[in-house]
Design a protein around this ligand. Structure first.
Ligand code: DX5
Ligand code: ZN
Length: 228
């Protein structure tokens, strides 16, 4: 059984994009080869920032055919998770720390037709997920404290990726591993080598001098990590 996607995926985070030109930014990342669009939804309660909501996701859906990956940094995610799928999200992830009823919310996302993911903050152990294996399609490991783009990568998350990869192999259940926060050319190949299948990158793409080239370079590094 294949436990991982055929090749690693890059998901540029629109949080670092130019919000006055979102359509152009989408076309740019798509033509540069990015396979997924990461959308950071923040409510000002779970995290100290407010960003994107359902109407914007509906707009993005009309502007791209790439999968929309909505990372919900909100309290009570069950209230909104299925609505994000209805608005056009293909993947919806919810924080372990924000939901005492993960099993129910993951089921609601899948029932609405989305891929369901669980997100772990840097301080939340992977062991909190062992009794949910099979109930999610992916795990997102935060490598910064959620809330803002442009923060520094927390190096010990690399070991967390390795341990989650080992857990996946031991259980033989396919799910993919995503990493979000401070991803750059410096750590992309190591993360993929450790077991990551999808890397989110905000500043490393949109704040680069040549964003299209940055997408291509990140994908190249990620490919190198998979071959190693
Ligand atoms: C942080 C968000 C991230 C962020 C990543 O709370 O979840 O997706 O936008 O941005 P960079 O890659 O700049 O750390
Ligand atoms: Zn995110």
């Amino acid at each position: 059984m294949t436990l991982r996607p055929a090749s690693p995926l890059l998901a540029p985070s629109l949080l670092s994009a130019d919000f006055t030109r979102l359509g152009e930014e989408l076309r740019m990342i798509e033509s540069a080869g990015a396979q997924v669009v990461h959308v950071d939804v923040m409510d000002g309660r779970f995290v100290p920032n407010i960003t994107i909501g359902l109407p914007v996701v509906e707009g993005l859906r009309k502007a791209t055919t790439l999968p929309l990956d909505c990372h919900l940094m909100i309290v009570e995610p069950l209230r909104y998770a299925a609505d994000f799928v209805k608005a056009g999200a293909d993947w919806v992830s919810i924080h372990q720390e924000a939901d005492p009823h993960l099993h129910r919310t993951l089921a609601a996302i899948r029932q609405a037709g989305g891929k369901a993911g669980v997100v772990l903050n840097p301080g939340t152990p992977i062991e909190t997920l062992v009794d949910l294996i099979g109930d999610f399609d992916f795990v997102l490991l935060m490598s910064v404290n959620p809330g803002f783009g442009g923060q520094s990568f927390i190096p010990r998350v690399l070991d967390k990726v390795k341990r989650l990869n080992a857990l996946r192999a031991a259980r033989g259940v396919p799910f993919f591993i995503q990493v979000d926060g401070g991803v750059s050319l410096k750590n992309a190949s190591d993360l993929v080598r450790a077991g990551a299948d999808c890397l989110v990158a905000g500043n490393a793409v949109f704040k680069a001098e040549a964003p299209g080239t940055a997408v291509a370079s990140l994908l190249q590094e990620m490919g190198a990590g998979r071959q190693a």
